[in-house]
Design a protein around this ligand. Structure first.
Ligand code: HEM
Length: 504
């Protein structure tokens, strides 16, 4: 029999298997639905079996740099909660605060689902890939290390930020892609924080490591779109880039262990030392290192890049920031975290950047048992929705943060002033107030590095504005409506064309 016949039989087998499963689940859920007055949400119709047209549509939008806008327009068309079939899996999409609250506050009902299998080759075993007791243990282990007392004096950031200012000083008058440099800045800060010493990538870059991180993240993002069929995406390139990342982590761990052996007193009391004491086996140690390294590098770099992306396109915001910073009674070397948190307009600007361009634009959870979502079902989209065990729910912070019901009719516009009086949420619904803004997640798995990241970003911005009297948009750079710029979505959200500026 030819390969084509085998493939056709396999596809038919998969289709029948899926149909039988759907039917059985449907029958089992009917009684539960009736009892709880549950009704299904609107459906995104698929034209091809198993919803492969939806997968292709998402992949096409991703390659064209408009995945987030594609999802946003689907939410606008179908409502804040809808269902779709994605690679054979019935999936719920939601940006409804009440549903998000129900999901994110119940880790015993909602787990990370396929995230573990999809990301394991890159991340290994660590806080992002764990559920249940293992995750609780990691969170308890890591949380104390994020106390702001560890970086109140900003020492952990200083060497890297000085390095950035030095690199930029040498490029005065030229077009510079800040995004590229911010990924090095945050790598240097995170390695200093984690390992007690920076890899100093701003001084001498490690292109192989940087490329490996980018490749593996892109592949991980594609695997997410295929859900249970994630294993279709991967291959030798993925393996090789994961190996480069693991080798990097292994080298750092080995160096630390050698130093501790030579002189136990000089080993220090940094993040890695604490992890070494806790993790009995090498793979577990490496997993935690890669997990926190990825979290620390990428999301903060994206925040900084999107901040300058907006600042050079909104010179009046840049000027207001400069005015606020000029009031500081401390130079760069005397700055402390307490100075930064008093800069209200800077804090508002960071909030606005994370509203429109949340570093982590998409999230998922999978039900560990039959569950109910409070709203989104039926013709008026207000009835509860019944969720079968094993169903994946995806949510889009990007689309949530652009809902006019929550932020008003100018929700799509970059306007830091909306945060000046505290909350920018115009809706009076308490659930909207609580869950309408969640760039750092919400509930039990809320980001542990939130304050660390905001302090890092604020310090880098203040330092750059103090050091350079002019940071401008290059003449031939595009200025488009916010959201029309090309976006690259991997695990994080970056600007596809970078963040080009001229430093003066
Ligand atoms: C602008 C910067 C950042 C953003 C927007 C951000 C966003 C997020 C989000 C949305 C989550 C929740 C993921 C989920 O629901 O599963 C998360 C979790 C996490 N973040 Fe961040 N993050 C940032 C910076 C950082 C930094 C700098 C670190 C560490 C150095 C960090 C460490 C973590 C950790 C350890 C978790 C896992 C929490 C858990 O699963 O219990 N983050 N972050």
């Amino acid at each position: 029999m030819s390969l084509w016949v085998y493939s056709a039989l396999a596809a038919i087998g998969l289709y029948v298997y899926h149909t039988v499963n759907v039917y059985r689940a449907h029958r089992a859920d009917q009684a539960h639905d009736k009892q709880n007055h549950c009704l299904p949400p609107p459906s995104l119709q698929n034209k091809w079996p198993l919803g492969f047209d939806n997968v292709l549509e998402a992949l096409k939008a991703t390659s064209e740099g408009r995945l987030n806008e594609h999802l946003l327009s689907t939410f606008r068309r179908l409502g804040p909660t809808y269902q779709q079939v994605l690679a054979g899996e019935a999936t719920i999409m939601t940006i409804e605060p009440a549903n998000l609250e129900a999901i994110l506050s119940s880790p015993d009902v909602w787990g990370i689902g396929m995230r573990r299998k999809i990301t394991l080759p890159m991340f290994g075993d660590g806080i992002f890939t764990q559920n249940g007791e293992a995750w609780k243990h990691s969170r308890d282990l890591l949380r104390p290390r994020f106390s702001h007392r560890a970086y109140d004096d900003l020492e952990v950031y200083r060497e890297a930020v000085d390095g950035l200012i030095h690199v930029l000083s040498e490029k005065k008058g030229h077009v510079v892609d800040l995004q590229h440099l911010f990924f090095r800045l945050t790598l240097d800060v995170t390695t200093k924080f984690l390992f007690g010493e920076s890899v100093c990538s701003l001084r001498s870059s490690n292109p192989e490591f940087e490329a490996a991180f980018d490749v593996s993240q892109k592949i991980v993002a594609s695997r997410f779109r295929f859900q249970k069929l994630y294993w279709l995406v991967g291959g030798a390139k993925f393996k090789a880039s994961c190996k480069t990342i693991h080798d990097f982590a292994d080298n750092v761990i080995r160096r630390k262990l050698e130093r501790a052996e030579q002189d136990p007193d000089a080993a220090g009391d940094d993040f890695l030392c604490r992890l070494i004491q806790d993790c009995a086996d090498h793979d577990a140690l490496r997993g935690q290192v890669v997990n926190v390294l990825t979290a620390g590098r990428d999301s903060t770099a994206c925040l900084l890049a999107w901040t300058f992306f907006h600042l050079v396109r909104h010179p009046h915001v840049m000027q207001k920031l400069r005015d606020e910073i000029s009031e500081l009674d401390a130079g760069r070397s005397e700055l402390r975290r307490s100075h930064l948190s008093k800069l209200k307009y800077l804090q508002a600007t960071l909030k606005e950047v994370l509203r429109l361009h949340p570093s982590t634009p998409l999230g998922t959870r999978t039900s560990l048992q039959p569950a109910t979502l409070p709203t989104g079902g039926g013709p008026d989209q207000c009835s509860p929705i019944s969720i079968a065990k094993g169903t994946t729910v995806m949510f889009s912070q990007y689309s949530l943060h652009r809902r006019p019901e929550i932020y008003g009719m100018d929700a799509a516009i970059f306007r830091p002033e909306r945060w000046e009086s505290g909350s920018a949420i115009v809706s009076e619904d308490p659930t909207h107030q609580k869950m309408g803004y969640m760039p750092f997640g919400a509930g039990s798995r809320t980001c542990l590095g939130m304050d660390f990241a905001l302090t890092e970003a604020a310090y880098a911005i203040v330092s750059m504005l103090q050091a350079f009297p002019s940071i401008m948009l290059p003449e031939d750079e595009k200025v488009e409506l916010v959201g029309l710029e090309k976006q690259t979505v991997t695990i994080v959200l970056r600007s596809t064309d970078g963040c080009k500026v001229v430093i003066g």
